[in-house]
Design a protein around this ligand. Structure first.
Ligand code: KG4
Length: 342
């Protein structure tokens, strides 16, 4: 029987990535991150698309090489069509179209958020792999999104709750920035919080109905706390950095888990997953494990390599779609935003 070999390409933000998956098993996952943004304190869209242009050919070449696959063996090419930065998406989309046409193989468009959820199905060929069962809930938390997704099937996902303002990753990054930490601040807060007291300070938690989130009030509450304390002691931030990080982290995790618990009870679902860049956070991962023990949840926490943007999740989504001959035409264009259904 012919093997299904999918090349996945991801270029939605500031990581250029390519991955090869054969019959659902990942053979390679190459990621080129863009250091160019660090000095700007955030991703600069124009610089991101230029860096993708420089990276895309070597990254794809390397992914094929590490997989030991010749491009003539590929069954299809899956690419991130959106949501994301349009200039960045255009690079991956155009490259995927050109390569698929030249090889005369199908093209598969992938929703980046759907792919973050389906990252739980990436297999590295290990014996102890643990996959969610449908239906499950997925907390999707990244720099741009904070959502609770009801996942009924690989192609049937409903966003039942989402942030009405900032995303959880944005809250981490913005609080880190006012403390003078480098961008992106989430991993720095995580590291410093390990030495801090999460109950050292009190920050306001939002009161938003349903399963929606809000993080802008938390950011403001944090800013006011710093402003007041710095008036009394100009070295307040330096002297309390670990405690501040531990407090902000614990508050973000509590906000995220409160709504997720509510959704799990209301919908009577006990298979619960987490995905997206913020799922690398150690306190969030620990809270998932604690909830598993306390509430009998079956929890799914991705390996670190699949938390941030990567092409393996695009390739595995492409693999699902390939099984259903769910291909796209050459005239499909990237999109910056999505609806509540994906
Ligand atoms: O999914 P992702 O790679 O892409 C975007 O949405 O851009 O998520 C990036 C976000 C950033 O806000 C970053 O600070 C956050 O994930 N992040 C973390 C950690 N690692 C990455 N936040 C908290 N703790 C971490 N360990």
């Amino acid at each position: 029987m012919n093997k299904t070999i999918i090349l996945g390409i991801e270029s939605s933000c500031d990581d250029t990535s390519a991955s090869v998956i054969r019959d659902g098993i990942m053979l390679s996952n190459v990621i080129a991150s863009q250091a160019v943004h660090a000095s700007f304190g955030g991703v600069v869209p124009e610089l991101a698309s230029r860096a993708h242009q420089l990276n895309i050919i070597p990254v794809v070449h390397e992914a094929l090489k590490r997989a030991g696959i010749d491009k003539s063996e590929l069954s299809a090419i899956a690419f991130t069509r959106g949501p994301g930065l349009l200039g960045s998406l255009l690079v991956g989309t155009s490259f995927a179209k050109g390569l698929a046409q030249s090889l005369n193989i199908p093209l598969i468009d992938v929703n980046h958020l759907q792919a973050h959820v389906l990252a739980h199905f990436i297999s590295e060929g290990k014996p102890d792999e643990h996959r969610p069962e449908f239906p499950f809930l997925c907390l999707l938390v990244s720099g741009g999104n904070s959502q609770i997704v009801l996942v009924k099937a690989y192609d049937n996902m409903e966003v039942i709750g989402q942030t009405i303002d900032d995303a959880a990753g944005e809250a981490f990054d913005k609080c880190a920035k006012v403390m003078g930490l480098p961008y992106p601040g989430g991993p720095h807060i995580d590291r410093l919080a390990k030495q801090g007291n999460p109950k050292a300070f009190t920050l306001n938690k939002p009161h938003i109905p349903g399963y929606n989130y809000s993080f802008s009030g938390l950011k403001t509450s944090f800013l006011y706390l710093l402003r007041d304390k710095i008036k009394e002691n100009p070295n307040f931030v330096e002297e309390n950095l670990n405690d501040l990080c531990a407090t902000i982290q614990a508050t973000v995790v509590e906000i995220l888990m409160d709504k997720l618990r509510k959704a799990a009870v209301d919908l009577n679902i006990r298979h619960i997953a987490v995905a997206g860049g913020v799922s690398a956070n150690s306190a969030l991962r620990q809270s998932f494990l604690d909830h598993g023990l306390k509430y009998g949840w079956e929890v799914y926490i991705p390996p670190f390599a699949f938390t941030t943007d990567n092409a393996a999740m695009i390739a595995i989504t492409g693999n699902f779609k390939y099984q259903h001959a769910d291909f796209c035409s050459i005239d499909q264009v990237p999109y910056a935003r999505v609806s509540n259904q994906f």
